[in-house]
Design a protein around this ligand. Structure first.
Ligand code: AMP
Length: 422
């Protein structure tokens, strides 16, 4: 039998209800904060990701699903959404329509990482991106929106981590100091970090290898190198978070894996998921629109790991697959013919209804109704046909009432507070 690809998964009925519930909460909240949905393709030209995420990041170096299409052009299954949203923003000149634009998008991402609990090769993200606002208020507003979402979804035990990555003015000074420091402690670094040291030294700061972590305890601290506008920006963000009682930790090791970030970065971490502790992450990326060929536009965004969110929520709540409102248990050909007519009428009227098509005993049909969680069962056998009345049984109270066959659809619908077509 052909099985699914390693690191990919199916989201089956029974679980999908939780995904739908989260999507509804996200849409309502994000729209209240002024965000509009945008849908972007799952494939883009490889150059878009290489240029935005950075040639020397783990994602671009080893995790992208990249292949030539039939004409030989290199295309990539998107590893993240920001690059595509920025591309769409520039391509459709959305900045010309309105100076401030806020988008959200939900969908699958693809990274060829080592699969484990909480880490997949196809995973889902909920993204929010804002263009055109340089003020620290938007940084705070995004973090408040993210925290509110987690509260509404009753996700507990999360911590907001924040840091500032500085800007193109002050980061080079920090990078130089960090490189010098790394040069001095080379013998304590893992092979990956020795490689990163040259091309992407900031990433050494968040390496999870214990020896590297230990070595980084004495590393220079980014916040000490911030220029005064960056310092002021970061101070304002903190002040606003304090006003709105969002507790946070300033984490000097929080650098994020993508090149385009500057100034405020943040991550929501949880203790509920073992090794994969990040539920969401984001930050400012003021230079990216210009890097990708647009005008100079400040921007900020975040991505929530949808799969991880679901895993945390599932630990706390039991979501039930919704059973049908009605099950029709019919015995014999004549009854089944009538029942099928009612079934379609109920389906069209918005009453979730199922019936048994094959010839099964009444007992077997009632068992199935029970198993799938039907709220009520309509029972029609030879006797009922002869008396022109059928039984409507409430599966939880076990109460039964008789319903005349003439006018049955309207009467049953009325029982459920629905109206028929005529
Ligand atoms: P990133 O785009 O790497 O900043 O990731 C944002 C969020 O997406 C993370 O905080 C995770 O919750 C989630 N995420 C990233 N990679 C994976 C993955 N391979 N599997 C599941 N979730 C992921």
């Amino acid at each position: 039998m052909i099985q699914l690809i390693r690191g990919f998964k199916d989201i089956l009925p029974g679980e999908v209800e939780l995904w739908q519930k989260i999507e509804a909460v996200v849409a309502a909240l994000f729209q209240d904060f002024g965000f509009h949905e945008i849908r972007i393709p799952i494939m883009e030209k490889t150059a878009l990701f290489a240029r935005s995420i950075g040639e020397h990041t783990d994602i671009v170096e080893k995790e992208m699903y990249t292949f030539p299409d039939r004409k030989g052009d290199l295309i990539t299954l998107r590893p993240e959404a920001t690059a595509s949203v920025v591309r769409a923003y520039i391509q459709h000149k959305l900045y010309a329509k309105e100076a401030i634009q806020k988008f959200y998008t939900i969908g699958p991402m693809f990274r060829r990482e080592r699969p484990q609990k909480g880490r997949y090769r196809q995973f889902y993200q909920i993204n929010a991106e804002v263009f055109g606002v340089a003020a620290p208020q938007i940084d705070a507003q995004l973090i408040i929106m993210l925290s509110t979402l987690l509260d509404r979804l009753e996700v507990k035990n999360t911590t907001v981590h924040i840091n500032s990555l500085g800007c193109f003015e002050c980061r080079p000074g920090f990078k130089a100091a960090l490189k010098e420091f790394l040069g001095e402690c080379q013998d304590q670094l893992c092979l990956d970090c020795l490689r990163r040291m040259e091309k992407n030294p900031l990433r050494v700061l968040d390496c999870k290898v214990p020896d590297c972590k230990k070595a980084m305890e004495k590393a220079p601290v980014l916040l000490d190198y911030l220029c005064s506008p960056c310092q002021e920006h970061f101070k304002q963000v903190q002040k606003l978070l304090n006003i709105f009682k969002i507790s946070y930790i300033i984490n000097q090791y929080l650098v994020r894996g993508l090149d385009y970030y500057n100034r405020t970065t943040f991550e929501i971490q949880t203790s509920a998921l073992g090794a994969q502790s990040a539920v969401a992450g984001g930050g400012r990326y003021d230079g990216l629109v210009k890097t990708l060929g647009g005008s100079d536009q400040p921007a900020i965004g975040f991505a929530i790991g949808f799969d991880r969110l679901v895993e945390i929520i599932r630990q706390n709540s039991e979501i039930q697959k919704a059973g049908p409102d009605l099950f029709i248990a019919a015995l014999g050909e004549t009854a089944k013919t009538k029942a099928f007519d009612w079934l379609i009428n109920f389906n069209l009227a918005g009453l979730k209804t199922e019936m048994e098509f094959s010839q099964k005993s009444l007992k077997t049909q009632m068992k199935r109704a029970n198993r799938i969680g039907a709220k009520q069962v309509l029972i029609i056998g030879e006797n009922e046909l002869a008396r022109e009345r059928v039984i409507l049984r409430d599966m939880s109270t076990k109460e039964q009432i008789m319903i005349p066959i003439s006018n049955l659809v309207e009467q049953v619908l009325a029982q459920f507070g629905l109206k028929g077509e005529n």
